[in-house]
Write a protein that binds this ligand. Sequence first.
Ligand code: UD1
Length: 366
Amino acid sequence: MSAKVLVDVIAAARPNFMKVAPLYHALSKVSWCRVRLVHTGQHYDANMSDSFFRDFGLPKPDVHLEVGSGSHAEQTGRVMMAYENVCLEERPDWVIVVGDVNSTAACALAAVKLGIRVAHLEAGLRSRDRSMPEEINRLVTDAIVDLLWTPSRDADANLLAEGIPPEKIDFVGNIMLDSFELVRPRIAEADTLAKLGLDLDRYAIVTLHRPSNVDDPATLALLVDQLVESSERVPLVFAVHPRTRARLESSGLLERLESAPAVHLIEPQGYIDFMHLVTSAQIAITDSGGIQEETTYLGIPCLTLRENTERPVTLTEGSNRLLKPAELVATVDQVLGDETRRRTPPELWDGQAAGRIVASLAQRIG
Ligand code: UD1
């Protein structure tokens, strides 16, 4: 290879940053590649974005599209227009998109239509629930990209069943665990509870932000009831996503949580502090995708408030279980009474995915 290959790595929203970080660092070390870090600005609050760049030692993005929030069409459209301009100014040889957020599908669409090759990291996951915006983003992205990096065997099977040619698919493992291993000692040493003024021996860590849980006031009210009752069994540390805080405020439910003595509401945390809270928790209660994987890796029981998951290995091989809002208290009781912990991470969830991804890309570049 003579001239360096220009690779754009797209980062957009909180769940992207930990996937991008190990890959960015690995690509930065290879001689044949020049990496351009592109932030679309889908997430922009300091604790939804900047803190992750700091925790992972990521540089300031080379390009910032500053698209911000909006309806799905607005956000997706703005990213497409802004990223198309970036590609027209200096055309990348490859674009890497990660995960399933609106910016993932938007950048893939913009680049593919310019004839630029695109790779998708975390390809092939399917919830089979098309009411989830992420499922639409996954389907659209995987249908059009040139190279699909999968985290688990079920993802390969999903892609093959959709008619994706096998030579486009590379099973590379789960990059999320690379991120964890990258900063593991700092996670262990963090004094997060003390910093937050919390003196707790045992607690459940809670996050909720999916539209299916927080957008309907009746569902949110039921969840709040269940959380308050669960907190009588085990104290809760609830990191409140901005969209959830807005919904709690507008439906008058925030006060009920604030006045429950064993519910501790905290702001969204950076990666190191948040993972410290996860690793020290008895249980995780969540609707996040990433936390289902991290708890599987760590063997911490995870109660996922969803009807389905695009990450089925966390159910079959991990510590995850799906439940309805009304089942929360009973499930918390059950899990607290069961001391067994499973920890055999799924295949290639080993903290070495970034190296395999770089090798896979090098092969395509020849
Ligand atoms: C997005 C992703 C979701 C991911 C989640 C993690 C899509 C369709 N959804 O959902 O897959 O699990 O990120 O957080 O891409 N807001 C702020 N500050 C921010 C970002 C957002 O206040 O930095 C508020 C805004 O009011 C915004 C709302 O949160 O309208 C929702 O943000 P958005 O990026 O549209 O979706 P998320 O719910 O964060």
